[in-house]
Design a protein around this ligand. Sequence first.
Ligand code: F6R
Length: 638
Amino acid sequence: MSTKLIQFSEPGKFEETRFEKIHNVIFDSSDKASIIVAQEIGELIKRKQSEKKHCILGLATGSSPIKVYEELVRMHREDGLSFKNVVTFNLDEYYPMKKENIQSYHYFMHEHLFNHVDILPEHINIPNGTVSNKDLYQYCIDYEAKIKSYGGLDFQLLGIGRTGHIGFNEPGSHLNSGTRSITLDHITRVDAAPSFLGIDNVPRKAITMGVGTVRSAKRIVLMGWGISKASILKETIEGNISSQVPATYLQDHDNTTFVLDVDASSELTRIKTPWLVEACDWTEALKLKAVVWLSELTKKPFLKLTDKDYNDNGMSDLLSLEGTAYDLNIKMFNKMQHTITGWPGGKPDADDTYRPERSDPEKKRVIIFSPHPDDDVISMGGTFDRLIQQGHDVHVAYQTSGNIAVSDVEALKFAEVSKVMNSKESNVIIDNLKAKSGNEVDSIEVRKLKGSIRRSESLAATRYLGLKDENVHFLDLPFYETGTIKKSNLSEPDINIMCSIIEKVKPHQIFAAGDLADPHGTHKVCLDALFAALEVLKHHEQHKYMDDCWVWLYRGAWHEWELYEIDMAVPMSPDQVLKKRHAIFCHQSQKDGVMFQGDDSREFWVRAEDRNRLTAKKYNNLGLADYEAIEAFKRYHY
Ligand code: F6R
């Protein structure tokens, strides 16, 4: 019997539409969603226990299931959930891959689940990445047969890759494929590159259960978190079944649920353009979203949209609510117009009724939080410059040292220079670097050197923009200092450091990275650290200044706000674009072939310029003034 409707029936949370071909549920956060998924697994294990049967679970690795495993471990420890009747089959493993390698899925599963529950070791099955080439074919057939010998999978947990893979069934995989070896898609290798410290270390092959193996599971739950999965999830849920997006094969499975967070669902038609699906509750934010969409669709500026444009595109109810296209167009035009300001710290002595920032106090204290030591200039270099030029008391706080993003080659260069200058530590560092193999963790000394390189580069940039050194703060938040891609969780010392810099500066404005799509999640952790600090400080007698502190979120290198989300748009002249470019150039260790590029091969300064020019172009297309470039911000109300 299917338990999915019982487990996921949150009233109002799921509405299947004519666009959607897979049952899906959207949750506010991936944490909450993961707990629900873990509960379903827990219930299944208990039901099988009461029937005195094995519970056969197909398990996934990667970032998506981490919280599910965390919750299962909690249920084992605190609620006494036993795994003695559980038999697991993991979806996949890199090939070749040693079990003890920290990048292996064998290691991952033990680290996140198996070492912490009472599962019997003989019940754990993970494809073996050390099988010889000649035995591989038979090994895969045996893996498949072993699943069948248990009567098949009761439950299969899945993530989805940006290629649309499930397991490692890359585009081209066959509907009835079984367990086999496969060549990884380039995008999959790019996504895995950070944890292997570079794409060259990522294996080219893997062993994976087939699409047929997965589809034979009695129940399938696929998790999708974050904006980077949004477009492949739309294709999977709304597109046609195609071997080019193997996850679409799940459309034909009758007991599959996709569990999504808000960001991952953002491209679904019912979320992105709800007016095409049903009658809407027209909030002011939704009106702007819809009219921006209509203007982009029709390629007409706001002021040229007609009644017919609205009626033809599912917005007749909006039109009857607002009167005529003429009235609505002007209203939306003014709304966007009011986001534009050349005075990001507020314009002195001006009527600020329709301005994004207050004019008072004329000179503001400002903290720019930068997760890595270059996001400040990459993401808001133009605004940073203006704030200084307009006389505000600007401070920049670099939240992490950014040391892992300095290559060994770069570090060796600096160590050799310092050796010439007779630095004692340089010999140790040079020996460390030369002896280091592949993706080994750096020694403390090497990390210190790499962190110092990034500090000096940051100071070069802030000096170039005219900021005093004493206004530059290096927070070195402890959560980051693991020496590896995997970071620790936020803890009290991180929050305390954030609170103390805010207490020290008593800012009227805080700028922070709301850029949640960076590859290692550091931006998100840094933002969570800020939110936690704001929680501690707000509404506190001792911190009255917080009542006057506005928070602005920027995005930059990886992602940009949608037009309808922007609350402040700061235009840049051609000269300011050049100045920003030079400030980014100061971060030399991140130029010309950076370590963590993501799948965008453009350098950071090019990405930033392209993005800022595109925002300006989009404003212009709406019928607003034609600027060279624009930096965009969204206000965060706390
Ligand atoms: C992992 C697996 C993959 C991942 C997918 C998403 O065992 O088979 O299909 O589920 O690549 O990875 P994350 O969750 O890291 O985004």
